[in-house]
Design a protein around this ligand. Structure first.
Ligand SMILES: Cc1ncc(COP(=O)(O)O)c(C=O)c1O
Length: 380
């Protein structure tokens, strides 16, 4: 079985697993139990991990908050900011039309509670431009949220431009970087975000752990999602999952060491795959922006071949997806590809391949051969 669904989740790195096992065996004490040495040791370990994770994005550890993953991080930021401004007058948010469902569905919820939300359109490459956003800004705009990279197409959004604009206009800027962190280097010194969401299982860490970079935590303090003890600055009650944090820190350490070399290797593999597939199947369509996209993601449509049919044929050979993992059980057209103006046939033929550190050129060659076999069988 060839795994080409890294954007849904990555396999755990073996050093991450070992670090977590060591933590479970040797640092089981609660980091909040600082009345004894074991608890103090756990709390030191927690601090150390926070620093390692912060350093992945050149942040200070005082600006990192742990959550269960990007869905929770995104909920915490949008709901927190909405609550903060709600009593002060009208509140307007702008998000792109192609955000992950954890943003889109949350915005629908916030709209029912009196927040105005505008959904910025994307172009046919799946990219939202600063101009499209500027047209939607009004005096009540408090927050703009645009993902760093799209999970379905891999398209990269102009988040630096948007962040600079927001800074100038005193509008808060949040970016969901769940797909970006781990695949491309990111520094908050270069891109002045107010909030950034990330998730460990997208960069070879464990599931169920992620975080938020925040510039000013007071903006989130009116509405913790989980009321409880004073953990995580009083913003997220509950005993911290230290083994998962340790795993995420180890994953961050490895990512920092190898993100540049992984990126170069994956870009080469991606370009080779695209070139060869174009030669094999001249009417193949690539969805999204091939130039401005994640190095590991390819979204394509084989004309006249439904993705459900193709994935079913290959389900014991290739792990593929036709969009976001959260939607894979649903039959609805992808909201991302729909927003890009693609017609139903092309959407229903779309396949997402996302590869990673363990993918080899031989595996991509085999995947290409499987596609070609099915294409030739259908077009015989
Ligand atoms: C862009 C994006 N945001 C958020 C999420 C949700 O992340 P998590 O599984 O950590 O909640 C995903 C997961 O696929 C994603 O791709």
């Amino acid at each position: 079985m060839i795994y080409l669904d890294y954007n849904a989740t990555t396999p755990i790195d073996s050093t991450v697993r070992n670090a977590m096992l060591d933590c479970m065996e040797n640092h089981f004490a609660n980091p909040a139990s600082t009345t004894h040495t074991l608890g103090i040791k756990s709390s030191f370990l927690l601090d150390e991990c926070r620093e390692t994770i912060a350093s992945l994005i050149d942040a200070s550890s005082d600006n990192i908050l742990f959550t269960s993953g990007a869905s929770e991080s995104n909920n915490m930021v949008l709901k927190g900011v909405a609550e903060y401004f709600y009593s002060q007058g009208p509140v307007h948010f702008i998000v792109s039309e192609v955000e992950h469902k954890c943003i889109i569905n949350q915005c629908h919820y916030l709209e029912r509670r009196g927040i105005n939300v505008s959904y910025a359109p994307v172009n046919d490459k799946g990219i939202v431009t600063l101009d499209a956003i500027k047209k939607l800004v009004n005096p009540a705009t408090k927050l703009i949220s645009v993902m760093a990279a799209n999970n379905e197409t891999g398209s990269l959004m102009p988040i630096k431009e948007i962040a600079d604009f927001c800074l100038k206009e005193s509008i808060l800027f949040h970016s969901d970087a769940a797909q970006y962190i781990g695949k491309l280097p990111f520094s908050i010194q270069d891109i002045p975000v107010d909030f950034l969401s990330f998730s460990a299982h997208k960069f070879y860490g464990p599931k169920g752990i992620g975080g938020i970079y925040f510039k000013d935590k007071s903006l989130l303090s009116d509405s913790p999602l989980i009321h409880g003890g004073g953990q995580e600055y009083g913003l997220r009650g509950g005993t911290i999952n230290l083994p998962a944090v340790v795993g995420m820190a180890q994953a961050a350490k490895i990512t920092k060491e190898r993100v540049i070399s992984d990126l170069a290797r994956q870009n080469t593999m991606k370009n080779r795959f695209i070139e060869q597939l174009r030669a094999d199947i001249p009417d193949i369509q690539f969805n999204g922006c091939l130039q401005q996209s994640l190095p590991n993601t390819i979204n394509l449509s084989l004309q006249g071949i439904r993705s459900r049919f193709l994935m079913n044929k290959l389900k014991n050979k290739l792990a593929l997806s036709s969009g976001s993992a959260c939607n894979s059980a649903q039959q609805a057209n992808s909201h991302v590809l729909t927003a890009m103006g693609m017609d139903d046939d092309r959407i229903q033929s779309s396949i997402r391949l996302s590869f990673g550190r363990e993918t080899t050129i031989e595996q991509l060659d085999t995947a290409r051969k499987y596609f070609l076999d099915i294409y030739q069988m259908v077009n015989r």
